[in-house]
Design a protein around this ligand. Structure first.
Ligand code: SF4
Length: 367
């Protein structure tokens, strides 16, 4: 396949999936491969049953290595990897819990990688190797491991979407259902995850004991349409969020919910676009809810920009560092954020608009 054909393929895929006139199709990998160990895990077998029921052809490797993910160049590698579901066991290092401020106390992972094609994807530069979607078959052990951190009389929160969009894979794995049910039985730990997907129906009937907060990642429609390929549109996400928040008596999931506005980008007429989004959100949540907001402006590192420019060479996203301020972390790494004055303007706008429409909602952080 030539580079032009690969580009066409990805562009077509992204555009079709974002066409509001067409129903969104959940991701069906072109290749599903299990490592030998993952295939023998009980949860690995459950995934095997699900994917074969969906008519997907499955390979089982003779050993614990996944090969065949690289193409002749980065673009082809991207295409091959983004069409591959690899079912593997998470390595021992996954059992060393790491903090994840400001989102939660700790993080753990059901999977790494995501089938969507967001042109700002925060996974670029964070995960090494081809961007295949790796699901962890030893999830039960990963969940048990979260019991390690306990605090007297204090709830500990866990974030499950640092390296994946877990709902994007739910039809193939059932991993969230398992995870939500696990946390329901843990009085001192709470689960949080965020998604751009809307296939929430299997989660509605779960007995979650209010220990899972479902967060929906939203953006101005114009940003989502241009930059978030392979994801459901904003109105579909709002409908999913509404279902998750509605009381059980109205066939909803009665979950505590949240909105992650990210990445906030000051496109032309940004006040109008984001006001419309918040008004649509207000209409979707026209009942009492336990609602939080997380507000994240667009940022990038030199490393993530290089990867994204290879994956999406025609992106309209502005990666020009001359319009940006540099923020350094304690390890010497740097990222580009909006300049101070623009940051202040955006922050004031969002805080005011949210307070006006959702006076009881809490803004957890602005960054
Ligand atoms: S949904 Fe999230 S993880 Fe997936 S491509 Fe988009 S930004 Fe990346």
């Amino acid at each position: 396949m030539s580079i032009t054909e690969i580009l066409d393929d990805i562009t077509k895929e992204s555009q079709l999936l974002n066409d509001p006139g067409k129903p969104f199709k959940l991701w069906m990998p072109k290749r599903v491969v299990f490592t030998a160990d993952a295939f023998h895990e009980t949860y690995g077998q459950k995934i095997y049953e699900r994917v074969t029921r969906l008519g997907l052809h499955v390979e089982v490797a003779r050993n614990n290595r996944i090969t065949g993910l690289r193409g002749n160049d980065e673009r082809e590698t991207y295409r091959i990897a983004k069409n591959t579901l690899a079912v593997v066991n998470a390595p021992p290092s996954a059992f060393n819990l790491r903090p994840i401020p400001p989102s939660a106390d700790w993080q753990f992972h059901l999977a790494e990688g995501c089938p969507a094609h967001c042109q700002y994807c925060y996974l670029a530069g964070s995960l090494s190797g081809p961007p295949a979607i790796r699901v962890f078959a030893n999830l039960p052990q990963i969940l048990e491991n979260t019991k390690k951190v306990q605090r007297l009389n204090q709830v500990v929160s866990y974030e499950a979407s640092c390296y994946t969009d877990p709902l994007s894979l739910e039809h193939l794995t059932g991993g969230l259902e398992k995870t939500i049910s696990f946390f329901a039985g843990q009085p001192t730990t709470h689960l949080r995850f965020v998604t751009k997907f809307d296939n929430v129906d299997p989660l509605l009937g779960l007995d979650h004991q209010n220990r899972t907060r479902f967060r929906c990642s939203l953006n101005a429609d114009i940003v989502a349409k241009r930059l978030e390929g392979g994801t459901p549109g904003i109105s579909a996400r709002l409908a999913g969020l509404r279902k998750m928040a509605l009381p059980k008596s109205q066939s909803g999931g009665a979950y505590p919910v949240g909105v992650v506005l990210a990445p906030i980008i000051p496109v032309p007429d940004w006040e109008m676009h984001y006001s419309k989004l918040l008004s649509d959100l207000q209409s979707a949540l026209d009942f009492e809810t336990d609602l939080t907001f997380e507000l994240i402006t667009h940022r990038f590192t030199p490393g993530s920009r290089d990867v994204l420019m290879e994956w999406y060479p025609n992106t309209s996203l502005d990666f020009n560092e001359t319009n940006r301020a540099v923020k350094r972390n304690k390890f010497g790494g740097q990222k580009y954020v909006f300049v101070k004055e623009l940051m202040a303007e955006l922050k004031t706008f969002f805080e005011m608009e949210i307070a006006l429409r959702f006076p009881k909602a809490k803004i957890l952080y602005w960054t």
